[in-house]
Write a protein of this length. Structure first.
Length: 94
């Protein structure tokens, strides 16, 4: 008689993907280091951050519009889900 298969447990999944998780964390850390370096290096080029003074209102406006659009679309998605608009139409089965 054979023994029943044992459940490997929840920690096996993390061990199995440890290399992938490690490489992901290492890659994100490298990208963060590059971003900080690029930010510091470009602050010393040309006129520095003063040369961007004229475009800041457009940057802020773009962020506000993008956040408003994202918020509005999320509200619509949750509104339609909570009011049953996402349910299939069963009227043709009656």
């Amino acid at each position: 008689m054979s023994e029943p298969a044992q459940d490997p447990g929840p920690s096996t999944g993390l061990r199995r993907h440890a290399v992938l998780i490690g490489l992901t964390v290492l890659g994100l850390g490298g990208f963060a280091a590059f971003t900080v370096w690029a930010f510091m290096a470009t602050s010393k080029m040309g006129g520095g951050w003063r040369s961007f003074q004229a475009i800041w209102p457009y940057v802020v406006g773009g962020v506000v519009v993008t956040a408003g659009l994202a918020g509005g679309l999320l509200w619509l998605a949750f509104y339609s889900a909570n009011h049953g608009y996402d349910e299939p139409d069963d009227s043709h089965f009656r």
